[in-house]
Ligand binder design. Structure first.
Ligand code: X90
Length: 276
């Protein structure tokens, strides 16, 4: 019985997954270039090219066949996609799952709409792994993962919302005030899977303190924490220290953002997925 985990590249490659896993790539596109967000993508080079490019840049979600490729020849697939409120990624995955099950007799594919992205997706994939290793059955795991997602959250500190606004993923009025005079936004993935701004903070120190107190206000009390960041390991370290000072046994891990999250969350961003 071949079991596979499948998510998309917005999860940023969890360091804690030992099971067979695929990250379906999304694309970052301009009129001149196309960057497929796979492990070979040279992200610093992409960011320099995008910075020098004056035209419009955007992204494209995977097609049905990309998801089917990721399912490989698995008998059981446990999947999760970035929020369907901001991308067609989940919809393509649902159609792919149906096609795959129709053409592979007995195969079972479950795809969760995470209503989130980044490190919250990592928590979900790690939970699947834990349940597989505990020997739980398909239906039991599907039911439990839906419940688990209700207990996890995604929050972030962003220095710019430009690319999100230019691509219609966030309100342009909200985006305008950010980035000026060192204003950062601390926000969360809403219940509906959209970007919900919570606070505007002047300077990184204030933003990080706010992020930590927002985590606690929304129910964090020492559960698992997964960070991802775009060239801001220093900020993650500050947050880690705040968490460890209060919750010394906290299970924390850190990854760098891959292409899609680097494009939308932009430089300096910190994303945090955590259990409540
Ligand atoms: O082209 C596509 O279909 C991809 C669109 C993806 C848009 C969202 C990517 C978000 C990346 C940004 C910060 C966190 C926002 C979380 C909101 C749920 C990360």
């Amino acid at each position: 019985m071949k079991i596979k985990l499948v998510t998309d590249c917005s999860a940023n490659y969890s360091p804690n997954i030992t099971q067979d896993i695929s990250y379906v790539p999304l694309k970052i596109v301009t009129d001149e270039a196309e960057y497929l967000d796979t492990p070979d993508l040279d992200i610093p080079k992409m960011l320099v090219e995008l910075q020098n490019y004056k035209g419009k840049s955007g992204t494209a979600c995977p097609g049905i066949s990309d998801w089917i490729d990721a399912f490989g020849d698995a008998d059981i697939v446990y999947g999760a996609s970035l929020t369907s409120a901001l991308s067609g990624c989940y919809n393509a995955g649902v159609i792919a799952a149906k096609e795959y099950m129709d053409s592979h007799e007995g195969a079972q594919v479950f795809l969760l709409d995470s209503l989130s992205t980044g490190p919250e997706l990592q928590l979900i994939m790690e939970k699947y792994q834990e349940m597989i290793e505990a020997g739980m059955g398909f239906h039991e795991i599907c039911k439990a993962i839906v419940q688990y997602r209700k207990t996890t959250k995604l929050m972030f500190s962003l220095e710019s919302l430009d690319n999100l606004a230019k691509n219609g993923r966030v309100n342009p009025v909200v985006a305008k005030a950010i980035g000026l005079l060192g204003i950062r936004i601390v926000g969360q993935a809403s219940r509906e899977g959209t970007l919900e701004p919570l606070h505007k903070c002047r300077g990184e120190k204030k933003a990080l303190e706010q992020l930590f107190s927002s985590m606690e206000e929304s129910g964090f009390h020492g559960g698992k924490v997964r960070f991802s960041h775009s060239y801001n390991a220093k900020a993650v370290k500050v947050l880690e220290d705040m968490i460890i000072a209060k919750y010394p046994d906290c299970d924390i891990s850190v990854t760098e953002n891959r292409g899609l999250c680097c494009f939308y969350a932009e430089s300096g961003s910190v994303l945090v997925g955590f259990e409540t």
